[in-house]
Design a protein around this ligand. Sequence first.
Ligand code: FMN
Length: 265
Amino acid sequence: MQGYVTNTMMRRASVRRFQARPVEPALVERLVRFGQQAPFTGQMYSFLATVDGTKRERLTDVFGTLVQRAPVFMLVLVDFNKLDKFIAYRSRANRVDDLSLLFLGIQDASYAAENLVLAAEEAGLGTCFLGAAPFVARELVEIFKLPRRVYPLVGLVLGYPEERPAARPRIPVEHCLFWDEYHELGEKEVAEAMEVMDASLIREGYYAKYNAKIPVEGTEDRVTLDEYGWSEHVSRKYGERSRDDSQLVQMLREQGINLDGGCKT
Ligand SMILES: Cc1cc2nc3c(=O)[nH]c(=O)nc-3n(C[C@H](O)[C@H](O)[C@H](O)COP(=O)(O)O)c2cc1C
């Protein structure tokens, strides 16, 4: 099986170098429309787009220099503000607790965002998600005037690519699809999966090219760039720095999203 959609999926790779060439607002609108056609439970999302130089400069402080190098920045929002209005249209109030809603809202927003990304790929554009958004919500609320019940899920840069990276590896599908019951990966299978990931990304010079090696804290870094692959990266990414959720819960609360059950504010 091979067709237009699957070819686009398998060819896509995150792009981090862009031409200065602008992207027409009409094209951005088309892409969002394709994004919207994803499955949804309540359309609890919005997309915010900007090409504004001053805004993108401020966003560079928040997300890093990739924002400056891309002509369009988009923010994918989980939007309960809009949902609450849709519910009120037929004279009801939202009675679902926010943690349940958040699971659903993140799904709605994610499927739409990925649809948009695939449409962008087909249109000859490059994209890269920026995952810091939920953790810098206060700045984003201010920059984009986000109302209560709206929360940033992920950033996305968009533009005509200056680079065309080959598709990047994934762990073998048999370590990802289990038939009939869950299969615990053994040591050998984990090693196999990590070898596949490491070999390809080291060959690409991925972490060197994007200056994306995560420093180790407190000790000498013994892993050279020729040895630094995904296995080392994922281990450092989640195993070096701790992240305390209390700030996130507080920022959600400031946006009128309460994860501790009970009624909404
Ligand atoms: C939720 C999410 C957050 C991400 N955040 C970043 C980011 O902050 N910076 C970045 O350069 N890439 C980011 N990426 C892109 C991933 O690094 C990339 O998708 C992954 O390494 C696989 O590579 P590929 O997209 O080229 O196949 C993010 C991707 C996702 C899905």
